[in-house]
Design a binder for this molecule. Structure first.
Ligand code: SF4
Ligand code: SF4
Length: 79
């Protein structure tokens, strides 16, 4: 599986949680934000985004972000 560096532009985040649901769907076969390998925490207008140790850098979360918060770039040397 291809691996990607995920770049985060947290200022763009709306807190829609599409990224968490897409990750959960892909790897836990459920729509549960608690099962996601990406964590989005909104505190008022501020947003913090982190990835758990289980993240496999697949880029699915970035593919499902409609607000240009997450972008992906293929890792160098990855085939
Ligand atoms: S999909 Fe994008 S905009 Fe929505 S919560 Fe995730 S990072 Fe934020
Ligand atoms: S890169 Fe893949 S495994 Fe990591 S948080 Fe995004 S969807 Fe989940």
């Amino acid at each position: 599986m291809a691996k990607y560096d995920i770049t985060v532009a947290a200022d763009n985040c709306t807190g829609c949680l599409r990224c968490e649901l897409a990750c959960s769907d892909a790897y836990a076969k459920t729509f549960s934000t608690a099962s996601a390998r990406i964590r989005v925490v909104m505190t008022g207008p501020d947003c913090e985004i982190s990835f758990t140790d289980e993240c496999v850098e697949c880029g699915i979360c970035a593919d499902n972000c409609l607000y240009d918060t997450l972008s992906k770039e293929r890792k160098e040397g990855d085939r």
